[in-house]
Design a protein around this ligand. Structure first.
Ligand code: PMP
Length: 420
């Protein structure tokens, strides 16, 4: 089987194939990936999430130690003793599960404190917050609850999948990534046709690590009577003078209608949140199906409360993260590698050709570097890349090991100057 053809196949919809047939075709592809050492995906980790991971690959049956660049635990808080202690205390006080959805008995004091803490974190004094069990659900539930068939969602084409899912009940128009003329064209055409118009963007885009031009987006939305929602999953803890993310970096924290985010990255746990006007938040608390029919986070969520505090108590982690980002990016650029437009902790090694990207992922694994090759359909067919997530807790030696591995990969595959 040809790697490129196999990768490009749309497994979700093969004409004339029922669910078992489609799964069987996919099974062949998976086997091909495994047999050819391209399997960087869904590997079993035996150690905690962090810069060093013991991972089981097909080559090393009992696991092997890799330097890992796959975690979005940007400040390293999943291993922070105070965060762990708070999570353990949560379990010790409340047990291991919440037992119900928030509406019918699963809303505990640690959830209430968390909602207060995360709302206060954004320093929007009039707003409140609601938490969900994942960041994915926070986006999809919010949009499904707020937008119906009379409304319009206007989304940057590169927004996270959960935003697309949230828009399935409403009208959706996508604008070209970060392209303000494309956005304005849609806003202009939409003028008064819709009840609610909501522009939805990510603060930081998860594949390129680039930022949304938030000031221009908000300006255009206001000009044409639209509201704005920003998902800043990858910006919190990374951007802004005090780690409040892309909106803080642009001095726009007070300027948008809705902020959403996740507890699964900098906050080192699981869950999601939405910050908005108290009426909207109450509406979501009582109207979104995910608040009514889905259980809340476990008492280990008490760790998130500590992680939020640590952003202010230990700002050196953010500084260390930026030292690492700058060092690593410069190292890649010195090799001649294209890192695109990143301005965050996500550093794409843009290769372009999916074959070479798959092969690079395989060589990196062999060299002890665990990464994510990102291929179509996550990115355009000729825009394949290795995505590197940097952490504050990566050591200089680990970064050098990865840079040496990329130098070796470049000698073998000539990955410089290949991207679209
Ligand atoms: N938004 C963005 C931009 C993301 O990258 C992600 C996670 N990949 C999410 C939302 C979903 O967050 P969670 O992992 O908490 O479901």
């Amino acid at each position: 089987m040809d790697f490129t053809t196999a990768t490009f196949k749309n497994f979700e919809n093969i004409e004339g194939h029922d669910m078992y047939d489609r799964a069987a075709v996919f099974g062949d592809f998976l086997q091909y990936m495994k047999d050819n050492g391209h399997m960087n995906y869904r590997l079993q980790n035996f150690s905690g999430c962090g810069p060093e991971m013991r991972v089981k690959t097909s080559i090393h049956e009992d696991g092997f130690d890799y330097v890992s660049f796959v975690s979005n635990d940007y400040l390293g808080f999943t291993q922070h003793p105070k965060v762990k202690a708070a999570a353990i205390q949560g379990i010790s006080d409340f047990g291991t599960g919440a037992g119900a959805s928030p509406l019918i008995g699963g809303h505990f004091s640690y959830h209430e404190i968390l909602e207060e803490k995360i709302a206060a974190f954004f320093k929007r004094s009039k707003d409140s917050s609601v938490i969900y069990t994942t960041g994915y659900t926070a986006n999809s539930a919010t949009l499904m609850s707020l937008l119906q068939k009379e409304d319009l969602a206007i989304v940057d084409m590169a927004v996270h999948s959960s935003i697309y899912e949230g828009c399935i009940l409403t009208n959706t128009k996508t604008f070209l990534h970060n392209h303000m003329e494309s956005l304005e064209r849609i806003l202009k055409a939409a003028r008064s046709q819709y009840r609610t118009k909501l522009v939805i963007v990510d603060g930081v885009y998860s594949q390129d690590g680039d930022l949304a031009p938030l000031r221009e987006i908000i300006g255009l939305a206001r000009q044409y009577g639209a509201y704005v929602m920003v998902d800043d999953a990858h910006g919190i803890g990374v951007l802004g003078a005090t780690g409040r993310g892309a909106l803080e970096q642009h001095d726009l924290l007070q300027e948008v209608d809705i902020i959403s985010g996740t507890f699964s990255k900098t906050f080192a746990n699981i869950g999601g949140y939405v910050i908005a006007n108290p009426d909207l938040i109450n509406f979501l608390k009582f109207q979104s199906r995910q608040q009514i029919f889905s259980a809340t986070s476990t008492p280990a969520a008490a760790g998130i409360i500590k992680a939020i505090e640590l952003i202010d108590e230990e700002p050196h982690w953010q500084l260390k993260l930026w030292e690492n980002i700058n060092y690593f990016k410069k190292g890649l650029q010195d090799i001649g590698i294209d890192t695109g437009t990143t301005a965050s902790a996500i550093v794409p090694v843009k290769i372009g050709d999916p074959h070479k990207t798959g092969d690079a992922g395989k060589l990196l694994l062999k060299a002890g570097i665990y990464t994510n090759p990102i291929l179509y359909p996550a990115v355009a067919k000729k825009d394949a890349r290795i995505r590197m997530s940097l952490m504050a807790t990566h050591t200089r030696e680990q970064l050098d090991k990865a840079l040496n591995a990329f130098e070796f990969v470049n000698q073998k595959l000539d990955i410089v100057g290949q991207s679209v």
